[in-house]
Design a protein around this ligand. Structure first.
Ligand code: ATP
Ligand code: MG
Length: 465
């Protein structure tokens, strides 16, 4: 018997449907526009890469690489016989020659790989790139956390680590959120120093010593991190650990003079740009390659998954991947969370009439706007169909959204259909209209009807939209 069980999207993945996808497009369009004004160009990198690329850059000990990647072995390249069409045996398909590949859990490593692969160090520096697209991490799905999620990210790669680069990148982010009219976001910044004996490693040792003293008061995760990555203990949200963490030494007091100066200059550059930030000494990024400037942006309406953007400096990553010494800084926005936050904001302003009026204005994002002007063509009589097709083509060319029923409907049924679709107008084309050359336009809200010659129709619709 045929298996009739229904298919469902895999856990942690989901379909994005209209009308919500209009908001996704609006967000991405805003990114394209804002990032262009800061001189960024778009890069599109593959969805999968050699596992080794992520293992080396993100770090084998991180949750992302250790537990969360979708990794599988690719078939080895076909031998000549197979390429000519003969069947490959199971043995060759699963041979040890197969390479391990992974779905990308983030895109910074890929952008750095592309920078090296295309010798971008020969271009005018810094190279400023941005991307949008899906990422994959096998995490526990919950609100704002998915196994396929979307990021909008940007990277600045080149010879310099001037603090103005860090500040301008953050300025671009704030401009982006501002253009989306997302309210209530907060920017946290920190510096986590660099990997030299007089800087972060010394602090990490100090942290390890302090944590060891209170080990039995910590949870299992933090106990383990004393050995593997003490910095990550600062990230802990466990209630019982908060008073202990509050007493730990701050990295700002243990930065080497160069990192301390860089951090001070970044803050000054942010002030120069009028950017409000909060220093958060506990802000350490989850991925291994970060150094010096780190930042995070949180947004309201998201519960505990409230980080909508994480970023930081990663000088040395390009070199680690086999490229020339290169400085780098970037961020990644969680687009799913950003959309959730915008929707939450729209829901709240609907409850507040004054804000709702403002939100309905033409500039506001589609989440809060009414559906686009739709014209339904109610045609009757087979002889009118050719005219209806021509009318639909002309109206669409003029930018209107048009629904043309594929088969003839009775007048009442056609208008009912127009109503259900939320059309603003019905263009009525019967035998009389077509012979007289005078078309009937009905406003569905109030039932008002006017007659118009064909050439006047588009102008009239433009005026009334
Ligand atoms: P978190 O602490 O929330 O797990 P992270 O430190 O793992 O975040 P990054 O790797 O810095 O996140 O990615 C940048 C942004 O991508 C995050 O701030 C978040 O908005 C988003 N993000 C990360 N993982 C997910 C996920 N599984 N689902 C949805 N969005 C995500
Ligand atoms: Mg995470």
């Amino acid at each position: 018997m045929a298996n009739k069980s229904k298919f469902q999207a895999i856990k942690g993945t989901r379909d994005l449907l209209p009308p919500e996808t209009a908001l996704w497009n609006h967000v991405e369009q805003t990114a394209h526009e804002v990032f262009r004004t800061f001189g960024f160009g778009e890069i599109r990198v593959p969805i999968f890469e050699p596992t080794e690329l992520f293992a080396r850059s993100i770090g084998e000990d991180t949750d992302v690489v250790g537990k969360e990647m979708y990794t599988f072995s690719d078939r080895p390249a076909p031998t000549e016989g197979e390429a000519n069409g003969s069947e490959s045996s199971l043995a060759t398909r699963h041979s040890p020659l197969a390479t391990s590949i992974s779905l990308r859990p983030e895109a910074t490593a890929s952008v750095c790989r592309a920078y090296i692969e295309h010798s971008m160090q020969q271009l005018p520096q810094p190279v400023k790139l941005y991307y949008t697209g899906p990422m994959f991490r096998r995490e526990r799905p919950q609100k704002g956390r998915y196994r396929q999620f979307y990021q909008i990210g940007a990277e600045v790669l080149g010879g310099q680590d001037a603090p103005a680069i860090d500040a301008e990148l953050i300025e671009m982010l704030m401009t982006f959120f501002d253009k989306l009219e997302l309210k209530g976001i907060e920017l946290d910044i920190n510096s986590i120093g660099h990997n030299a004996p007089n800087c972060r490693p010394a602090y990490v040792e100090l942290l390890r010593a302090e944590l060891t003293k209170v080990k039995d008061k910590l949870g299992a995760d933090s106990q383990r991190r004393i050995d593997t990555n003490p910095l990550r203990v600062l990230d802990s949200k466990l209630e019982s650990e908060q008073p202990i963490i509050a007493k730990l030494p701050h990295i700002a007091d243990h930065l080497c003079p160069e990192c301390a100066a860089h951090y001070a200059a970044v803050k000054q550059q942010l002030q120069l740009r009028g950017i409000i930030y909060r220093e958060n000494w506990r802000l350490v990024r989850g991925l291994d390659y970060y150094m010096r400037t780190t930042f995070e942006i949180t947004a309201p309406g998201l519960g505990s998954q409230n980080a909508v953007c994480g970023g930081g400096r990663y000088d040395g990553l390009v070199e680690l991947l086999g490229g020339p010494p290169t400085k780098g800084i970037g961020f990644a926005i969680g687009e799913d969370r950003l959309i959730l936050s915008l929707q939450e904001q729209a829901r709240q302003s609907e409850a507040d009439p004054e804000r709702a009026a403002r939100a309905a204005s033409a500039n506001s994002p589609p989440a809060t706007r009414h559906s686009p002007l739709l014209i339904y063509i109610a045609w009757m009589g087979q002889n009118t169909y050719a005219t209806a097709v021509r009318a639909a083509k002309d109206l669409r060319n003029a930018g209107f959204s048009v629904e043309l029923p594929p088969s003839e409907l009775k007048f009442g049924k056609a208008l009912g259909q127009a109503d259900k679709l939320g059309a603003k107008f019905a263009l009525i084309l019967g035998e009389d209209e077509v012979t007289e050359g005078l078309w009937t336009l009905k406003t569905l809200d109030d039932g008002a009807q006017i007659k118009l010659p064909e050439p006047a129709l588009i102008e009239h619709l433009r005026k009334s939209s």
